[in-house]
Design a protein around this ligand. Sequence first.
Ligand code: THU
Length: 143
Amino acid sequence: MDHNPVPAVPATGTVDWEALKAAAVAAMKNAYAPYSRFPVGAAALTADGRIVSGCNVENASYGLTLCAECALVGNLQMTGGGLLRAFYCVDAGGNILMPCGRCRQLLYEFRDPGMELMTTHGIKTMDQVLPDAFGPQHLEEPR
Ligand code: THU
């Protein structure tokens, strides 16, 4: 299976949100969610125009569940790294899903400046969904 598809749009072009939604829905169909029965798919456009995606993967030890965003950032790293420019997450019905708090932090680490997220209240920036975020900048000396 091709995990590094041809870019949907050039990095500087308009974000094709429908293409991102389609990638998120396709990813959601791979979910392993026998415990919650709540499949999730996430997809993102990278700054260099790739689409990366992921699904949730649950575990009999419930707390070990991997959110769809975990697989997405793993996919990002495994297909060349880089930064995320636009993000879309869906539930089983293809409805927009907000990333959980932990996953907002995961996404923050790999955000491109100006990264946008499709939310239940329209397109928002990373700063809007995770204000005053802790990040790599806080690990720099001096404090
Ligand atoms: N889930 C995600 O995959 N991403 C989120 O941002 C929210 C929650 C998953 C985790 C679990 O498998 C299921 O949704 C129900 O919480």
